[in-house]
Design a binder for this molecule. Structure first.
Ligand code: NAI
Length: 353
C-alpha cells in the first residue's frame, strides 16, 4: 500500500511526523480521535524495516487506543506514538531523544497525551515530563502512579469472571481451570488472583524458572511454554505477546473461553470468526486489559482514589458481559460487538459535545 493509500484509508484526525536528525529517527504521533478527550496512548520505540511500516503501525495502534479508551470509560480519545530508530538507544543518547520527543508532544499542546509502550519505561516518561505535562506513567518518585500491571491483572480477572458467567451461569471461579501464558508483571498477579478465588492455575513462561515459582506459590502447575495453548482449561489468559490466536493455534486450543492482557491477541481480524466457529468465547483484548489505562488516567489525572479505581476495574466485568451478550444475540463475533460498543460511545460523545 502506498503512503498516500495508507493515509487516505485512515479514519483518524492527525498524523504528526518529525525527522530527528541527531538520532536519525522518525518521531510519529497518530492522533486518531479527540472526541472523548485528548488522544492518549503509549510511545513505542523500535527499529522498523521502513518508514511505511512505522506509519502503518502508528495509525493502527492509534485507532485501537480510541476503542480501548472508549470502552474503559475514561475521558480520553485515542492516539499512539512511534519512535522509529535505527537501533534502540541507551544512556545519554536515549535521554536526549526522549527530551526532544517531549518537545514534540508539548508542541501539540495537549491534543496528545503519551505514556509507556514497547521499549519505553517510566524513566523515559520522567524525561518526557521534563519538557511537557502531557504524559502519564512516570516513576513513583517523579510523581507517577507506579506500575499499571497489578491493576491490569485485576481488570483481566474481572474479564475472566465475566467469561465464566457467560459460559457457566456463575462467576464463581472455585474449581475452574485457568491457564496463563506469560507470568510477568501482569500474569503473575493474575495467577494469584485466580488461585485466591479457588481456580486451579496452569502457567507457562519462556522463563521456565519464573513459571515454576508462580506455580509453586499458587499450588498450580507449570508447563513448557509451547504446551500452554493446548492445555485443557475453562479460560486461557494470554499475558505474554500479541498474535497468539491465529489460524495455526486456534484449532489446537482446548479452552472454553479466552481473556487475557496481551495486546493484539488475534493474528488477523478473521481469527475472531475462527474462535466463534469453534465455540470459544473471546473477551476482546482491549476490553479485558483496560485496567492499565484506568490505573494511569484514574490516579494521575482524574483524581480517583483507590476505591474509585477499584470500582472502574470491576466495571470491566460489565463491559465484557455486555459485549458477550450482544455478540451472542446478534450472531456476530465478540470483536465486532466490542468495536460497535466503543463506536456507539464515541458517537454519543460526539453528539453531546
Ligand atoms: P512482561 O514483559 O512483564 O511479561 C511478559 C511475560 O511473558 C514474560 O515473563 C515473558 O518471559 C513471557 N513470555 C514472552 N513470550 C512468551 C511466550 N511465547 N510464551 C510464554 N511466555 C512468554 O509484560 P506484562 O507487563 O506482564 O504484559 C503482558 C502483556 O500484556 C503484554 O503483551 C503487554 O503489552 C500487555 N499489557 C500490559 C499492560 C500493563 O499494564 N503492564 C497493560 C495492557 C496490556
Amino acid at each position: 500500500m502506498s503512503f498516500e493509500d495508507l493515509l487516505g484509508s485512515w479514519d483518524g484526525e492527525e498524523l504528526v511526523a518529525r525527522f530527528d536528525e541527531s538520532a536519525h529517527a522518525w518521531m510519529l504521533i497518530g492522533v486518531h480521535s479527540t472526541v472523548l478527550g485528548p488522544a492518549m496512548g503509549g510511545t513505542r520505540l523500535k527499529p522498523y524495516p521502513s518508514l511505511d511500516d512505522a506509519v502503518r503501525d502508528v495509525l493502527r495502534l492509534a485507532g485501537a487506543m480510541t476503542l480501548k479508551n472508549a470502552l474503559a470509560g475514561i475521558p480520553y480519545g485515542g492516539g499512539k506514538a512511534v519512535l522509529a530508530v535505527p537501533d534502540v538507544p541507551g544512556g545519554e543518547a536515549r535521554d536526549a531523544l526522549m527530551a526532544r520527543y517531549g518537545d514534540l508532544v508539548g508542541a501539540l499542546g495537549g491534543t496528545y497525551v503519551t505514556a509507556c509502550d514497547m521499549n519505553t519505561a517510566p524513566s523515559d516518561m520522567d524525561v518526557v515530563a521534563s519538557r511537557t505535562p502531557h504524559v502519564l506513567g512516570r516513576t513513583d518518585t517523579a510523581g507517577g502512579s507506579g506500575s499499571s500491571a497489578p491493576d491490569t491483572a485485576v481488570g483481566v480477572f474481572h474479564a475472566i469472571r465475566a467469561v465464566c458467567r457467560h459460559l457457566f451461569g456463575t462467576d464463581d471461579l472455585a474449581g475452574r481451570n485457568v491457564a496463563i501464558q506469560g507470568v510477568g508483571a501482569v500474569g503473575a498477579p493474575l495467577a494469584d488472583l485466580a488461585a485466591e478465588a479457588g481456580a486451579t492455575v496452569t502457567v507457562a513462561d519462556v522463563d521456565l524458572a519464573r513459571a515454576q515459582e508462580v506455580a509453586a506459590h499458587t499450588d498450580g502447575r507449570a508447563v513448557p511454554a509451547e504446551e500452554i495453548l493446548g492445555v485443557t482449561c475453562d479460560v486461557l489468559a494470554p499475558c505474554a505477546t500479541g498474535g497468539v490466536l491465529n489460524v495455526e493455534t486456534i484449532p489446537l486450543l482446548a479452552c472454553r473461553g479466552v481473556a487475557g492482557a496481551a495486546n493484539n491477541q488475534l493474528g488477523v481480524g478473521a481469527d475472531a470468526e475462527r474462535l466463534r466457529a469453534r465455540g470459544i468465547v473471546y473477551a476482546p483484548d482491549y476490553a479485558a486489559n483496560a485496567g492499565g489505562v484506568i490505573h494511569l488516567a484514574g490516579h494521575e489525572t482524574l483524581g480517583w482514589d483507590d476505591a474509585q479505581v477499584a470500582a472502574r476495574l470491576a466495571g470491566i466485568d460489565a463491559t465484557v458481559s455486555e459485549i458477550l451478550r450482544t455478540a451472542e444475540r446478534d450472531g456476530v463475533t465478540t470483536a465486532r460487538a466490542a468495536a460497535d460498543l466503543a463506536t456507539a460511545r464515541i458517537d454519543a460523545g460526539r453528539c453531546a459535545s
